[in-house]
Design a protein around this ligand. Structure first.
Ligand SMILES: NC(=O)c1ccc[n+]([C@@H]2O[C@H](COP(=O)([O-])OP(=O)(O)OC[C@H]3O[C@@H](n4cnc5c(N)ncnc54)[C@H](O)[C@@H]3O)[C@@H](O)[C@H]2O)c1
Length: 249
């Protein structure tokens, strides 16, 4: 199925690695122009290079999405280099494991500042363009946000908040025809998945984690879903929390 995305501009945070990179590549396949945004400029540059080598149009932008000034400057740069954005994919994120009593408030705040604050700042900056272009936002949460995962208090809190933010924004923008959705993956085969639980985690508690044999997805599988939902073919899907977790939940 060819999606109607040719020549539209998509911004992807976390575009330098894992799922964000897969979304960039999938958007390019659909003929969209791609802004790969990442704090890791080497990764974002590689993504943009790979797209242009394949005949697509892309550019890399270094940005810490938790910094309001950098976000504003990045959106201005995207607009002047590629054009007014039509889609935003908030895929950048960080993970943190640890027992609640050992998690510093600094770590807790940092995870929230990037995973929720970054998505908020990016959305706020891009929404005026999405309203003009009747575009769409896809956020990336996790089953940790729908269920709560032990030893991941900061991450679970951030992903739960991202889901609530998605629902609130989706309702608010119905009258301006901007659709906003969130994915809740189980596991994805990316560098983030390899971050271990604390060595003293109780195996009995870890065994309660819902993980079917289909839980672990390839980045391309998540990217297919993200790009479809964002595309005009995504129809009236908005305010949805889309589990992509092989029936784990
Ligand atoms: N890997 C999994 O098992 C899994 C499961 C569920 C949800 N997710 C979510 O999927 C999304 C993509 O993660 P991934 O698995 O591809 O991980 P990843 O670590 O491969 O990629 C994350 C990217 O985000 C970038 N990033 C981090 N902080 C940033 C900041 N402040 N500003 C800009 N960019 C920043 C990193 O540089 C990196 O390129 C994340 O939101 C993650 O929480 C991942």
């Amino acid at each position: 199925m060819q999606l109607s995305m040719q020549g539209g501009v998509g911004i992807v945070t976390g575009g330098g690695s894992g799922l964000g990179r897969a979304i960039c590549m999938r958007l390019a396949q659909e003929g969209a122009f791609v802004a790969a945004v990442d704090i890791n400029m080497d990764g974002a540059t590689q993504t943009a290079k790979d797209i242009t080598a394949g005949g697509g149009k892309a550019a890399a932008f270094r940005c810490d999405i938790s910094d309001p000034a950098q976000v504003t400057a990045t959106i201005t740069a995207v607009q002047s280099q590629l054009g007014a954005p039509k889609w935003l994919f908030n895929a950048a994120g960080i993970v943190s494991h640890g027992r609640v009593e050992q998690v510093s408030y600094e770590t807790f705040s940092k995870v929230l500042a990037i995973n929720v604050g970054g998505a908020f700042l990016m959305s706020k900056a891009v929404l005026p363009f999405l309203v003009q272009n009747q575009g769409s936002i896809v956020n990336v949460a996790s089953l940790a946000g729908t269920m709560g995962v032990p030893y991941m208090v900061s991450y679970s809190t951030s992903k739960g908040a991202l889901i609530a933010m998605t629902r609130a924004m989706a309702k608010e923008y119905v009258d301006r025809k901007v659709r906003i959705n969130v994915l809740a993956p189980g596991g994805i085969e990316t560098p983030m998945y390899d971050v271990p639980f604390p060595p003293d985690a109780n195996p009995e508690i870890l065994a309660t984690l819902p993980r079917t044999s289909m839980a672990l997805a390839k980045p391309s599988e998540l990217a297919n879903m993200a790009v479809f939902i964002a595309s005009p073919e995504g129809g009236n899907i908005s305010g949805s929390v889309v589990a992509v977790d092989g029936a784990s939940t």
